[in-house]
Design a protein around this ligand. Structure first.
Ligand SMILES: NC(=O)C1=CN([C@@H]2O[C@H](COP(=O)(O)OP(=O)(O)OC[C@H]3O[C@@H](n4cnc5c(N)ncnc54)[C@H](OP(=O)(O)O)[C@@H]3O)[C@@H](O)[C@H]2O)C=CC1
Ligand SMILES: N[C@@H](CC=O)C(=O)O
Length: 809
């Protein structure tokens, strides 16, 4: 024999009831079918009663809607004579319900006893309809078999009597019978109920009493999921879990099964199969007896409860005093307040506990009354209530066998900037639960799910600013590489924000790179740096990285706030790292404190591994003694391209067209770009330096940089003749121009130099860069890094590599 229980959605419409019939009919065994009320009906009944007692006439509307829902179902399921018979019986029940509710309205009183009497009408109605619809099914009145005390609202079952009554009723039974869930009665025969969700419990009580082979709970979800699928899209069904795991997950908010359901079947070792009525072919989840084995995943699922308040009772007078906890929780119990989590400091000077926010005020009052004497005597000096909180719990029997779970958990959460307000872990090591702000819940669930369930894939969420040459190339490269990274490196790169100077678009579900431009144009809002930053922070997405591919002077003003919100930064823009030394240091410090990344490898030498190498040298204890470098791709290209045929002004245009120059090439020509790079190298070498400490030897007069861009382009050709004359002389001497950056003994300078043949800079082709580090260890022969130092493609590749570095959180 089997017990099958169908929930409110499963029996919520005629169409679904047909599915139920199909499932029941396909069973080879004898079956007991336990059903809930039609979805939403119990709420309507209870609401009608509440409206009635308040004296509003709205209860009549609810009664009409309840009647209509049943009428529609009966009308659809039955035909002819049977329809009339069924409707007559259903009508009688509905009339009785309406009479009681009108009575409530007249006397203006709604007792728990009356609530229980009317609360079960939904199940009585649905079970009768379904019993009539399934041919040869027998209807039984579960309320007369499940016997309870008289605690109306949440009655306690008398198992001895109940088991006997069920066993007697089913002695010699075969076939199909249908019973209402949720309903029970006391010794006086008055209706009681088993608590909301109690139909599961009814089914479990039947299953245990009849010692069936399996209890099947048919619901509207696929089973227990690794997390709430409304928040975690990638949550998946847990195939099998132990009774304890199911109980813990249910307790902490997974509304798959009513928690008390577990105990009767657990005691009889009856497996519970959770199945989806709307997708019966799915595997579902199997709850059964299982021992921790060290092989399964350590964590089976994450669940959470929102709208929690944390109440902290604190006082030095609590230390070492026995009975405090007993009095505290006794006071709460007297008010029927369910305590969801408890956390106590080992110093005993404070106890924090979590309750449903709706109960917080009552709980606080109960404590104040209980500890009135201690509060007056200042042994207890603080009762603090924090609202808008959520509890998150990870559950798994195998945590017992795995070290480092808590370490990994809190490390991941911390790195994502989520503040943990309280923690509780039972000695059974079955669950770790903690309290976070409601506003951090989504991020917490994502972070934890990602690291414990999809650990084969790390997701990095990218907010891109700037989609010009570098940003545009970056997106192309990500698109090209995305699949491979996911497959081979289990790295999922997700674009969740994109902006240029005109429009910005943010979408936590991801922005497809193919066609992103069209979507940005169509859906984007007017671009605004501050608004973009605030949206990034507000979205509070885990593993986020802000990628700056602009040359904006202002985007770096956003970095501190972003880093403080635990958003890593990858930037091609040199403004931040070359800003005031204090600001540079501050940004690095925040990133370090937060355990996130502030990366700017492309700021010097584009895609060349210059900064990382420098960091490696310094971290390994080397000391940088001298830096000599050609750091401008644009200027090197200009000096390598200028000839009798190609004048200087034309080479500038060519450098811009090639994507070597800054959006404003005057930044290159003025030497500012090289100054920025030298500052960054010197700082990363461990020295304090600011812009005024760098001497600049410009080769184009300042007057050319003062006017507008148009002035610049129209005037610059005026220098061509002079440059050509000087170039010829240089060529005759077998020398070349290089714009050189140098740092040694605290002296920093940049400027144009005439380089002789044989010097490492002499043969530097095209837009290449070259850096020579003379260090304590690389002394006689300096370390040289050389290669493409500019260009959108290599720069984008460098930014890409930095983004990948962020994923090693
Ligand atoms: N090219 C190279 O070799 C290297 C470049 N870099 C750095 O890369 C960065 C980008 O260069 P590049 O791609 O050539 O520049 P582009 O001019 O091609 O692109 C700049 C992008 O930034 C956007 N932008 C500018 N200001 C803002 C703003 N206030 N808000 C939002 N978006 C803005 C622009 O939008 P819109 O189009 O609407 O104006 C554009 O999308 C620069 O900082 C540069 O120094 C670093 C190393 C090497
Ligand atoms: N404009 C820069 C680009 C790289 O930083 C250069 O020319 O080197």
């Amino acid at each position: 024999m089997k017990v099958l229980k169908f929930g409110g959605t499963s029996v919520g419409s005629a169409e679904n009831i047909r599915k139920v019939k199909q499932i029941v009919k396909s069973q080879p065994d004898d079956v007991v079918v336990v059903v809930s009320a039609l979805g939403g009906i119990t709420d309507k009944i209870l609401n009608a009663a509440k409206m009635a007692v308040l004296g509003t006439e709205y209860f009549n509307t609810e009664i009409t809607e309840i009647r209509t829902r049943h009428e529609v179902v009966v009308d659809d399921l039955f035909e002819g004579e049977q329809k009339l018979e069924v409707w007559e019986e259903v009508s009688l029940l509905l009339d009785e319900l309406a009479r009681i509710i009108r009575g409530v309205s007249m006397i203006g009183e709604l007792t728990p006893k009356t609530m229980d009497k009317i609360g079960g009408f939904g199940e009585r109605l649905s079970s009768y309809i379904i019993a009539q619809f399934i041919d040869h099914a027998k209807w039984i009145d579960a309320s007369q078999m499940i016997k309870t005390d008289s605690a109306f609202g949440r009655a306690l079952v008398d198992f001895k009597l109940t088991n006997q009554l069920i066993q007697d009723a089913f002695s010699g039974f075969s076939g199909i019978c249908v019973a209402p869930g949720f309903v029970s009665s006391n010794s006086a025969g008055e209706y009681t109920t088993l608590g909301r969700g109690g139909s599961d419990y009814t089914a479990s009580i039947f299953a245990a009493a009849l010692n069936v082979s399996v209890l099947e709970i048919w619901t509207d979800v696929d089973g227990f999921m690794t997390a709430d699928p409304r928040i975690i899209r990638k949550a998946y069904t847990i195939e099998s879990l132990s009774y304890s795991e199911a109980m813990e997950l249910s307790h902490f908010g997974a509304k798959v099964i009513y928690p008390p359901t577990i105990l009767p079947v657990y005691q009889k070792n009856i497996p519970v199969q959770i199945k989806n009525t709307l997708r019966p072919e799915g595997e579902g989840s199997l709850i059964r007896s299982s021992q921790p084995n060290g092989k399964d995943r350590p964590i089976k699922g994450i669940s959470s409860i929102s709208n929690i308040s944390l109440i902290t009772v604190q006082g030095l007078g609590m230390v070492g005093v026995t009975g405090i906890s007993m009095r505290l929780f006794g006071a709460l119990a007297r008010e029927n307040i369910n305590v969801i989590l408890i956390s106590q400091a080992s110093s005993e000077n404070s106890i924090s506990f979590a309750v449903d926010t709706l109960k917080a005020e009552t709980a606080e009052e109960a404590i104040r009354i209980e500890f009135d004497r201690e509060i007056t005597g200042q042994q207890i000096n603080k009762i603090e209530v924090e609202n808008e909180l959520s509890i998150v719990a990870i559950v798994g029997e195998n945590m017992k066998h795995t070290t480092g779970i808590a370490g990994k958990l809190f490390n991941t959460i911390g790195k994502n900037g989520i503040n943990i307000i309280a923690i509780a872990q039972g000695a059974s090591e079955l669950n770790i639960s903690w309290v976070v702000k409601d506003s951090d819940l989504r991020k917490t669930l994502n972070v934890v799910h990602e690291s414990f369930f999809l650990s084969e894939n790390v997701e990095v969420n990218i907010f891109l600013l700037g989609i010009g040459l570098v940003g545009g190339n970056l997106l192309k490269q990500i698109l090209q590489q995305q699949e491979k990274l996911l497959k081979e490196k289990h790295l999922k790169l997700k674009l969740v924000g994109v902006a240029n100077s005109k429009k910005m678009l943010l979408d936590r579900d991801g922005i497809a790179i193919e066609g992103f431009k069209e979507r940005l144009d169509a859906e984007g809002q007017a671009s605004d740096l501050k608004a973009y930053k605030e949206a990034v922070i507000r979205m509070n997405i885990f593993n986020s990285v802000f990628v700056d591919c602009t040359a904006s002077d202002y985007s770096s003003d956003l970095y501190a706030d972003l880093l403080n919100a635990n958003v890593s930064i990858v930037t091609a823009n040199k403004v931040a790292a070359s800003s005031d030394y204090e600001n540079y240091l501050k940004l690095k410090k925040i990133a370090k404190q937060k355990g996130i990344k502030f990366l700017f490898e492309t700021n010097v030498g584009a895609g060349l591994p210059i900064i990382n190498t420098l960091n490696d040298l310094v971290n390994a204890g080397d000391q940088i003694l001298k830096i000599e470098a050609v750091l401008s791709g644009t200027l090197n290209f200009i000096f390598n391209t200028i000839s009798a045929e190609v004048p200087m002004s034309q080479t500038i245009k060519m450098a811009k067209d090639e994507g070597y120059s800054e959006p404003d090439p005057r930044v290159d020509l003025s030497g500012i770009d090289v100054v920025r790079k030298l500052l960054i190298l010197v700082r990363e070498s461990g020295y304090k330096i600011d812009r005024e400490d760098v001497a600049i030897n410009k080769f184009i007069p300042d007057a050319f940089f003062d006017g507008s861009m148009e002035d610049f382009w129209s005037g610059i050709s005026g220098l061509d003749a002079d440059f050509e004359a000087r170039r010829k002389l240089l060529e005759a001497e077998n020398k070349c121009w290089r714009f050189v950056a140098k740092y040694e003994n605290g002296q920093a300078e940049v400027g144009l130099q005439e380089i002789e043949q044989g010097h490492p800079f002499f043969d530097l082709q095209g837009s290449n860069n070259l850096v020579m580090f003379t260090t304590e260890r690389y002394h006689e022969f300096p370390m040289i890094i050389k290669g493409y130092g500019a260009g959108a493609e290599v720069t984008a590749a460098g930014v890409f590599a930095d983004i990948i570095r962020v994923s090693n959180l």
